[in-house]
Design a protein around this ligand. Sequence first.
Ligand code: ADP
Ligand code: MG
Length: 261
Amino acid sequence: MAKIFCIANQKGGVGKTTTTVNLAAGLAKVGQRVLLVDLDPQGNATMGSGVDKRQLALSVYDVLLESSTVAQARVASEKLQAAGCGYQVLGANRELAGAEVELVEVERRERRLKTALTAVSPDYDFILIDCPPSLSMLTLNGLCCANGVIVPMQCEYFALEGLTDLVNTIKQVRANLNRDLAVIGLLRVMFDPRITLQQQVSEQLKAHFGDKVFETVIPRNVRLAEAPSYGLPGVVFDPSSRGAQAYIAFANEMVARVARL
Ligand code: ADP
Ligand code: MG
């Protein structure tokens, strides 16, 4: 059975999608079978995986509304496969924004994704869910199926404050919907060691959260930002870049963590 992780943080632009896409490619590169689920109507993880969101015949929207199974809707980018970093994608596009409203009426609405993923879980070692920047019904669907949450964060002044809402939501989900849910770790991203404040916040994080802070630190690296416009994860676009190397290290750290779960 696959281990399922949500990449979540209710703030936008903190590196969720970059982390999901590069972790997926990094895990694939080290031989893991991976499914990426895009739960953000922006569809950035879909595009960044080399899948055109405008051409999706079926998407995660259809899966949530139970008009498609995951097996029918999943796709893969041939470019990534050719690069030895192939993983499958359950894509998203703007249609998904409607799901929030359409799910209001249905029963067990927060468990739709969980039910759907259970059927394909044996096909994978990892299922990674890229969450939207909100604590919405979509994010709730992600949290309901996950074994753990990976929280990418920038080491900025308000970083700790923003964590409180997320941690409270996770506690509520654990109490009511998913007893297995845990914060697997905080991932420091877009890190610039020359900035004293970032070093200080990084130290604070370690003091507060101990080994919940991943050892790997993702540096700010322009190659990671350039890669999506080529429909590639940074790990594939420029494997020797510092950003790509960091995400490969993070993939290995995740494999080691999961072995201990
Ligand atoms: P989110 O999914 O949380 O909204 P993204 O992953 O889309 O965040 O990242 C926001 C922006 O920052 C994007 O333009 C992305 O390319 C850029 N970015 C993310 N991580 C890095 C990094 N380590 N170095 C440089 N740019 C990054
Ligand atoms: Mg995103």
